[in-house]
Design a protein around this ligand. Structure first.
Ligand SMILES: [Zn+2]
Length: 462
């Protein structure tokens, strides 16, 4: 059978990594099609470093990610805006990758004599595709002015990369052997985007983990992101969404490890728990309230989803992981299905109601000539909604919508991520891509902050 050659998870996931022989990927996914820019080369194994290799390598990774998510998505799921989703594997010289509702865009850059293509790493490809999948099922997260919501989008991207990698039998075997069946140990699956991590480390050694871009095995405990500094070395948490996302990603991987313990550490069980973990996560996202402590809302909804869909099979594993990280306070976890708890003690619901609310911010405080800048703030905490843990004792009240959205806007402005020139009529058509994740857009007499894209923070480091 004719096939192609492709990386399984990253060009540098192993020392002396070699591309694997893979069948020609199926590119037909009704509702979730993607279309690659440029002429499609004939399907055959190409040597590394050629356009033909990068094309089929990316097609293989993206098709795998789409197929993983399709198995657990509700029927009829479609991309939120554009069909098919455009995939540009080489949009120019940069160390970046982004999703902007129209396309997944990747770049190349020469680092220490090596040309690195961000669109050559299945980890990066499946991360970006994860943004598009999450946007398809929960578009309300897109504009939410909340550090924690933006961070969840990044965590979901990394989870998408891990789930897609675990779809390969060879990776499942490799990871089980390499970790002794303990998925909570570092592995080629927990290490995301080794090659891009290497590329960034050449110029900014403390901006990424020592062995990859981000490792889902880490020791970060939940903090309210509004209280964190806007930047920090990779060894510490900051309010930058990729940095803060690591708290959720790590808890999720630990819960997956706990789920595997329930079913037994073998490749078949690993396949079945990854599918269940994906289904539980999508179900949870469908009901979690978009509050400023969104991680806690999703974790609580995961417990509810497990109780509803799987009879609570994984409740202890999920609870242990998310309580251990402080994402869910012990009180909240106890209230969900715990002994003696009121049946409706924690309400992860809110999916059907107003997901976010408009909050006006005085732009003059930030040097903008705007009295009222409208942002979509996360909703306030409901009386019984789940809470995260305080670092010392007990539960942490969620940041108010006002504080959460101000912290979000101030962080964006401080990082230079808001395209303020977009208010200029001549710049009505936003520039493609770029480093601005947000823009100011006129709506009649009002001005609103809107998201343009989710990107890797690589551009800042490069
Ligand atoms: Zn991302």
């Amino acid at each position: 059978m004719a096939g192609i050659a492709a990386w399984e998870d990253d060009p540098q996931s192993l020392t002396a990594a070699k591309p694997a022989a893979r069948p020609v990927p199926n590119l037909e996914h009704p509702g979730l099609e993607f279309s690659m820019v440029g002429k499609q080369p004939a399907a055959r194994p190409y040597p590394e470093g050629t356009r033909g290799f990068r094309f089929w390598n990316a097609a293989d990774a993206l098709a795998r990610a789409v197929s993983c998510w399709s198995r657990v998505l509700p029927g009829g799921a479609r991309w939120h805006v554009r069909h098919p989703l455009i995939v540009d594997l080489d949009a120019g010289d940069d160390l970046n990758a982004y999703y902007d509702r129209q396309e997944l865009c990747f770049f190349h850059a020469k680092v220490s004599g090596v040309t690195v293509y961000s669109g050559e790493s299945p980890d990066v490809l499946c991360h970006e595709l994860g943004h598009a999948v999450l946007d398809a099922i929960r578009p309300q997260l897109w504009n939410a002015a909340s550090i924690e919501v933006a961070s969840f989008h990044e965590a979901f991207g990394d989870i998408s990369a891990m789930l897609s990698a675990l779809d390969l039998p060879s990776i499942r075997e490799d990871v089980l052997a390499g970790t002794g069946g303990r998925l909570s140990r570092t592995s080629r699956v927990s290490r995301l985007a080794e090659q891009l991590g290497w590329a960034i480390r050449q110029s900014h050694p403390d901006a990424v983990d020592r062995d990859c871009l981000r490792n889902a095995v880490n020791s970060f405990f939940y903090r309210q992101p509004e209280s964190l500094p806007p930047m920090a070395p990779a060894s510490a948490l900051s309010s930058e969404p990729h940095s803060f996302s690591r708290v959720f990603t790590a808890a999720w991987l630990e819960s997956l490890a706990g789920m595997l313990d329930v079913r037994g550490a073998n490749a078949d069980a690993l396949l079945s728990v990854t599918a269940d973990a994906g289904r539980l996560l999508l179900t949870a996202i469908g009901t979690a309230r978009i509050a400023s402590n969104y991680f806690a809302q999703v974790a609580a909804a995961l417990l509810s989803a497990d109780a509803a869909l799987l009879g609570g099979e994984f409740g202890p594993a999920i609870r242990r992981a998310f309580v251990g990280r402080g994402i869910l306070s012990m009180q909240s976890a106890a209230a969900i299905g715990g002994a003696g708890a009121p049946r409706r003690a924690v309400a992860p619901g809110g999916g059907g109601g107003l997901p976010t609310l408009d909050v006006p911010i005085d732009g003059r405080a930030y040097g903008l000539r705007l009295r009222r800048l409208l942002v979509e703030a996360p909703v306030g905490a409901a009386r019984w909604s789940a809470a995260s843990a305080a670092p010392d004792l007990g539960a942490l009240p969620a940041a108010t919508p006002d504080r959460a959205s101000r912290a979000f806007v101030e962080d964006l402005l401080r990082r230079g991520r808001v395209d303020t020139a977009s208010l200029d009529a001549r710049a009505a058509h936003p520039r493609r891509g770029g480093r601005m994740t947000h823009a100011l857009v006129r709506e009649g007499r009002r001005v609103r902050l809107v998201r343009r894209l989710f990107h890797q923070p690589l551009a800042a480091a490069y």
